[in-house]
Design a protein around this ligand. Sequence first.
Ligand code: OXD
Ligand code: MN
Length: 595
Amino acid sequence: MNAAVSFIDGKSPAGSQLDNLNQWVTEAAALTQPDHIHWCDGSDPEYAALVQQMQADGTLLPLNPDTHPDSWLHRSSPSDVARVEHLTFVCTPERDAAGPNNHWMSPADGHAQMDALFAGCMRGRTLYVVPYCMGPIDSPLARCGVEITDSPYVVANMRIMTRMGAAALARIEREGSFVKGLHSIGELDPERRFIMHFPEELTIKSFGSGYGGNALLGKKCHALRIASHQARREGWLAEHMLIVGIENPQGEVHYIAAAFPSACGKTNLAMLIPPQSYREAGWKVWTVGDDICWMRPGADGRLYAINPEAGFFGVAPGTSEKSNPNALASIQHGTIFTNVAVTDDNQPWWEGLDKRVPAKDWQGRDYDPANGPAAHPNSRFTVSAKQCPSYSPRAEDPQGVPISAIVFGGRRASLVPLVFEARDWTHGVLVGASMGSETTAAATGAVGVMRRDPMAMKPFCGYNFADYFAHWLSFDQPGAKLPKVFHVNWFRKGEDGQFLWPGFGENLRVLEWMIERVQGRAEAIEAPIGLLPKPGHFNLQGVGMTAETLADLFKVDPDAWRDEFDEISEYLRSYGPAMPDELCAEAQRTLAALS
Ligand code: OXD
Ligand code: MN
């Protein structure tokens, strides 16, 4: 190995509790053969140097410094624009442990396949060692990892998305344990691309992609797939959920955790701006997180949650002054944009932003509508959460925030009403387990196809869904003060193909009903699928909705729901005997109530 090594503060971390880490870095370097090794300290000068280097080699293009200071555009390889679920594996000794919800390979085969790809792949490149902490650095709920990567773009994104650098390394040194993530962009060849997880070894290997969910290993790979595994062992939950605080005019803040599949509006809901009448009455919304939520029971029996991330990796298209003014305000400076279009004065642009016509599309071609959308439908912004005007001061609370309600939601054009409440925890777990949604551009593959996406974790649960549902059910213990569980659907359409519900800020009305239910103030009526708002107990003042639209929005069609529950029961049964009987019985109860 011929590697020039630079250490944090010029000191070698060797000879300390970091032996494990040093040994792994040495092994990775021996395998990948980099020209240089750089241990990241997470400092401003380091970030500035990385940016300068990427600007020099064209990885980052400067955006208009007057309108978007310190902001950059990255154009990825056109075949590397989304998560690749078909190339993502969970490698456990037993196939059943990964479950039918994951692609599986034995750990020995997985390592052999990956190590063959990694052999010599960093020749001529720098190997970056990126220590990071998922969650507030002093939180008992937080967990650390180290990503080894040859992509400066990944390092820059990890610095925004996690607590990266010296403080994380110090925590790793104290704790001695961390998740190991080895990443190389390889040749960005889709034929030589795999993302593999070894949960028993707390290890990730990712090759051949620079795209966020495949390459920023703290995010989906660590904070969901590996963490879900750790959470099951240790009695907590690692979920694909936003966390938002809703402050009512009395000054009480209720925190809600909500699971939606990728690109279904989690960032918008997390940063919601209340309708004017609510603002005037004193309602406020506090953003804790927009994508991932780690929760565990506190001493008082409630679930406490942290956002393990420190930034937002948001979907750009559709983000506008109307849909998400807080996101727009957050990304006016200090932002990395990936695969957006640009205007003729070099401002970032995407479909749904405004009426301007872009000059260059996401591939840098002169914009021509014949080539499709100007911005890639999965184009993204990476920005520090601290830049969000609604960022909650409680997001940095090491103890996390107490969760009052859990919300599940999918993109369903028909069938599913705007909101309903689960009867109890077991029913709530069934509501999450039976979530369905239309696919989006966040993953490669067809868009708009209905698929089961339990708890929005289909692409992210690192173990068998049957065991995962059993884990969820196990939280119903004596003394537990569990959140109420709800299901929402912002996307129901009328016969004319138009959305029935205005969405965006108006979604606060739905959250208000949930909070009032938690407080025992609003009433509900029982339907076979759950509890619906009682007319008069759901604030529609000022929405201007006709009685007919309202009826369509909340309609429960028993015939269609029977079909849905036949399908859900079959889906649950497809997991075999490991599926908890309790859940199948709950589905049968709903089916019986529909008959
Ligand atoms: C994401 C995703 O990037 O879910 O958050 O794909
Ligand atoms: Mn996500």
